[in-house]
Design a protein around this ligand. Structure first.
Ligand code: ZN
Ligand code: ZN
Length: 686
């Protein structure tokens, strides 16, 4: 039975009823009654503000406080304490600053109880300067003040400060308690500072705090983060009671150490010992399996998770998806997508964005696009992901048009947005567009271009063949040109056969990154093309003398759920004979269609016939051939290569795609190439 709200009560009775309603959570009635009081006093306001906060309505609590402030009556400590708690829950830093000013104005700047609450509030708002000001103003500081300020620094991503404070605390004669230790130990985890962690462990033992389950959980976590798995296990084993946090920490520890069997057996022990698993437990195991390449097991556990009544949440999905960025796990990613689709968690922008990224990285741009379209309210990260995805795949126009759509939608671009758009412009030779976007950065969006943006611009100009302009651009840069900028110029010098600038760029690169074999190989390629054989062999000699070896080229292709690896001249595959025979036959057809092997790309002093033979051996050709041999239906062939695709292979694969009539997708170290009907999406610029 709902009781009627009493009317015309004397003030002390009103307050009594407000208290009764508030404590039972009936805030609506409490408010009704409150509104009937002609001149509500500080006491009833405080009761209602506390009730709002306690029952999860911090915004309403703050609103009521604002109304109270307008009355210009002196505020007391209790009402301030209640609103500080509300503000800590809502983590609104601007309100927090106002409330702090109020506290000072009404003379509570050095009150210990209120001060501690203010520090905690600023900590939750991640505003360490505010917390520090309150802390410094306190005449007396107790263990709670010290613990709160240290936690605040940890919250604000300044773990070193927290550790420094702990030492200062000791010097001030305040003894840390179990709360202090369990809050500060995560600082050691974050910094991977094993020696500070050990010091704290010593303190724990000396003060008999190891029985505290929060402290020992934090210790397990600390040792695990510092990759001291043995120690973590020792602490874990010595615990008389274990909470879920410590179980999860030890399981995660074994996974991050690559010990999947141990981790999984601990997980099974959790189940048999009747530990109540939480989201973090499931996510730790699924994420751990994915990190260690155990996609199948991860998906099995994902099913178990659902069977146990846990819906995979955002963390589950985002911990699984980033791992699905190679061929082996694309299937796993698809199943997760199926899950997202069936359970309609498209509203979860983080999960959906991770899905877009996964598809883009696996080269399935069409699916990335489709998922992106499903996101109802796109944020900067979502837009950036789609822009970068298009750039990666050489769709500069689409990257650019997405950028303008993003601006029109009122979403603010950030530094990553511009890197994405500019690299899209470079891959699609959109020079004027690139320049205009670049100039708009600081002028319209107040973002100063950084080294990456400058490198992108060098790339934009270089790829378009405007090498002199690119060189001038580098010379006029206000910041030191990085390897990225010179590398872009050098790469273009190979395409445009510009020996002079190639030499300049390469020599700068030999100084900046002397150990990168790619630069020597590129310069040597440029010189060979210009028939400067002597100088070319000089470059290769320099590379050898400096002890730099060229990374062996390696390509992967997935056929019937198995990934096959090829290196140059590979004969280790069971079907090697078939592959070479197939390449021979295909080669005939390609030659008839007009393909001429480009022997510039064989840097060996051998005769013409042998050079051509060497070209057929390249890992990407072998992988593509293997993929084509096992083609089923109308699917496309997807090959990944660890280095840049070579010029002859690039040309040859265009012919292959046309003759066989399928799409061949090659992801090399720089970008995706979609070969279709005799053309590549990169328009021969890469
Ligand atoms: Zn090749
Ligand atoms: Zn291409």
């Amino acid at each position: 039975m709902l009781s009627k709200i009493p009317t015309n009560l004397p003030p002390h009775l009103s307050l009594k009823f407000i208290k009764i309603y508030s404590s039972s959570g009936d805030l609506w009635r409490a408010r009704q009654l409150f509104d009937k009081i002609p001149e509500p006093d500080l006491r009833s306001c405080t009761v209602l503000i506390s009730a709002y906060t306690k029952h999860g309505f911090p915004k309403e609590a703050i609103q009521l406080y604002e109304e109270l402030r307008k009355q210009n009556i002196p505020l007391d400590k209790l009402v301030l304490l209640s609103v500080v708690k509300a503000c800590a829950t809502s983590a609104d830093v601007n309100k927090a600053k106002e409330i702090h000013e109020d506290a000072i104005r009404f003379g509570f700047h050095s009150d210990l109880l209120l001060g501690n609450a203010l520090i905690d509030m600023f900590g939750k708002c991640r505003f360490s300067e505010g917390a520090r000001r309150v802390f410094d103003n306190l005449w007396v500081k107790d263990v709670i003040s010290w613990t709160s300020i240290a936690s605040c620094y940890i919250n604000c991503g300044r773990p070193r400060e927290a550790l420094r404070l702990l030492r200062e605390m000791g010097l001030n004669g305040v003894r840390p308690n179990s709360v202090t230790l369990s809050s500060i130990l995560p600082a050691c985890s974050e910094l991977k500072d094993l020696s500070s962690g050990r010091e704290l462990h010593g303190f724990v033992v000396r003060n008999g705090l190891e029985e505290n389950v929060y402290v020992s959980s934090a210790l397990v976590n600390m040792y695990a983060s510092c990759l001291s798995i043995k120690q973590a296990q020792l602490v874990f084993d010595s615990m008389s009671q274990r909470d879920i946090v410590s179980w999860n920490a030890i399981v995660t520890a074994h996974f991050s150490n690559g010990e999947c069997e141990k981790a999984l057996s601990l997980f099974n022990r959790m189940k048999t010992e009747g530990v109540r698993l939480n989201y973090a437990s499931w996510n730790a195991v699924i994420g751990g399996c994915m990190q260690n390449g155990r996609t199948k097991q991860a998906l099995e556990i994902l099913c178990q998770m659902q069977d146990s009544g846990f819906k995979p949440n955002q963390i589950t999905i985002t911990s699984v998806l980033p791992a699905c960025t190679n061929l082996e796990s694309l299937r796993g990613g698809r199943e997760i997508h199926g899950y997202i689709f069936r359970h309609w968690i498209y509203e979860d922008i983080t999960a959906t964005t991770a899905l877009v990224l996964m598809y883009a990285k696996c080269g399935v741009l069409e699916l990335a696009r489709r998922v992106f379209k499903m996101i109802p309210k796109r944020d900067t990260v979502a837009w950036n992901t789609m822009i970068v995805a298009n750039s990666m795949h050489g769709n500069g126009d689409e990257a650019l048009s997405l950028f303008y759509k993003m601006l029109n939608s009122g979403t603010k671009p950030n530094s990553t947005t511009f890197t994405g758009v500019l690299s899209g412009c470079s891959h699609s030779r959109l020079v004027d567009e690139g320049l205009s976007v670049f100039h708009s950065m600081s002028r319209d969006h107040f973002i100063e271009p950084d080294a990456q943006h400058y490198s992108c611009m060098v790339d934009v100009l270089s790829r378009a063949g405007r090498l002199e302009e690119a060189y001038r651009f580098i010379q006029e840069m206000p910041i030191e040109p990085t390897a990225g900028a010179w590398g872009a110029l050098l790469g273009a010098c190979r395409v445009y056969k510009n020996v002079d600038l190639g030499r300049i760029a390469a020599n700068r690169l030999f100084e900046i990154e002397p150990d990168n074999p790619g630069n020597y190989v590129l310069l040597s390629n440029i010189l060979v093309t210009a028939k400067l054989w002597g100088e070319a062999s000089g470059t290769r000699k320099m590379m050898r003398e400096r002890g730099i070896t060229k990374l062996p080229g390696c390509s992967w292709v997935e056929v019937r759920n198995k990934v096959h690896t090829f290196v140059v001249g590979d004969k280790s595959n069971d079907q090697s004979n078939e592959i070479y025979r197939f390449l021979d036959e295909l080669g005939e057809k390609m030659r008839l269609a007009g393909y001429k092997p480009n022997t510039e790309f064989v840097l060996q002093d051998v005769d013409q016939e042998e050079k051509e033979d060497n070209l057929c051996n390249h890992s990407e050709k072998l992988a593509v051939a293997f993929g084509l041999l096992h083609l089923s239906g109308k699917s496309s062939v997807r090959v990944f290569k660890n280095l840049r695709i070579c010029g002859d292979c690039h040309n040859a694969i265009k012919y292959m795609a046309k003759i066989v009539g399928v799409e061949i997708i090659v992801r090399d170290s720089l970008r995706f190439h979609h070969f279709r009907d005799g053309f590549c999406s990169c328009q021969d610029f890469w």
